[in-house]
Design a protein around this ligand. Sequence first.
Ligand code: DAH
Length: 350
Amino acid sequence: MTDKTSQIKQEFFEKLKEVKDIADLENIKVQYLGKNGTVTALMKDMKTLDADMKKQFGQVVNQLKTEVSNAVSDKFEELKKAAVEKEINSMADFDVSTPANLERGSYHPITLVQRECEKIFKSMGFTVEDYSEIVTDYECFESLNIPKHHPARDMQDTYYLENGQLLKTQTSAAQNAIYKKYKDALINEGKPIKAIFPGRCFRNEATDACHENTFFQMEGVMVDKNISISNLIFFMKTMLSEVFRKDIKVRLRPGFFPFVEPGFELDISCLICGGDGCPSCKHSGWLELCPCGMIHPEVLKAGGIDPEEYTGFAFGLGLTRLAMMKYGVKDIRDLNSGNLKSLSQFTDDE
Ligand code: DAH
């Protein structure tokens, strides 16, 4: 009988060596420890033995049973670990520190508004440009007709790097590069420049409910022969009516920006009262939304475009402000707060 148990044991461990996965292991577990398994059968054999032998043999069989079940459990752990490691290695980008059971995320309200504007402008033939957040003084100011010591710089103090570059204070900083990128197609092939460039801007700003040191804008430019203020009004009105899903009235007031001439502040009819006057629009019926204007000849020149031949408009839409208006966010700081409870309530309503 003892010979039989050692033979079973030897056979079991040999088979165990061949096991490759959990399914194999389950099979041999059933084969040896299952109801009709080899080890279980030995227990049944014991019934036929006399009392003395039963005791002796019982101990041997019990030991075998323990060894077999321990070996099965160890192998199980080993296979499980190997499977997890294999899975982790197969996902190079998998972040194992991410908490499990994360709820599905949602887009940030500014992203939602940005994507919506991009879609609308794309449908009107504009390209969407990506531009660096770190720019040169030339890009952010000089090329925009804001020379050193110009008072317009006072309102746009920002964060400077040791190499003299800076975090852009306005998406207008990409204008020069965009003109240079597309001017050949404009001049040689007569293709108008129609581009928008959304981006994050930074200013050295004391924060309150309406001001943040980090905010989003979306700049747009269109340059061609005979571009006029009417083109500017048309594009802005179309875009805003789509964003707010209703007909939006717009009006222009004079505004000063060194890179446009004439420059304007574009107001929209109040979204709450529709223009009748209410506390939200300080009873004026209008909300200030988007500075804009006709691109200054010096700015076109700096971009390699002849202002005698071409004209264009530019606008700087405050995306952060637009998101606040669209979603009724009262405090700008909520948008950068990382508070998921307030940020995840907005969805793409398409
Ligand atoms: N860049 C300006 C700002 O951040 C906004 C602006 C005004 C952009 C007029 C424009 C424009 O393109 O035409 O204050």
